[in-house]
Design a protein. Structure first.
Length: 135
């Protein structure tokens, strides 16, 4: 079995290692330009009982956000059409009032993300355990 370089070490963990009850029935949107990561996280979240979808840029992501109003938004910072942290105010004011978590490979953006209105921050590469703990 190949492991993905975008998710830390726990790729081979059996999905039953984490209780499904935490994700059961939740709607989760991922906005990230790394399609492999989006596919991997979407599959993991679906196995945990969530409904998950993704967008590869801010424009498509915000459209899905408006239409769907998920319970949780996982927002990458560096996207082809802008930075996620810089759009948090706009997302909050016009589109979304649910849980918003910023993801980035740049760990020193944590403080900036939290000040901008993110509930939490995940440093990439993310782990299934970190995602599970946020659910």
């Amino acid at each position: 079995m190949r492991t993905s370089p975008v998710v830390r070490g726990e790729y081979r963990q059996r999905q039953t290692d984490y209780p499904r009850v935490m994700a059961e029935g939740k709607n989760i949107l991922i906005i990230d330009d790394e399609e492999d990561l989006c596919l991997l996280l979407t599959k993991y979240l679906q196995r945990q009982g969530a409904t998950a979808d993704y967008a590869l840029n801010l424009q498509d992501g915000i459209l899905k956000l408006i239409q769907w109003q998920p319970d949780l938004l996982l927002l990458d910072n560096n996207l082809p059409d802008g930075t996620g942290i810089d759009r948090i105010d706009d997302i909050r004011e016009r589109h979304y009032h649910g849980r918003l978590i910023v993801m980035s490979a740049i760990g020193n953006l944590r403080e900036k993300a939290l000040k901008a209105g993110a509930e939490s921050f995940l440093e990439k590469p993310v782990s299934f355990r970190a995602i599970h703990d946020l659910l």
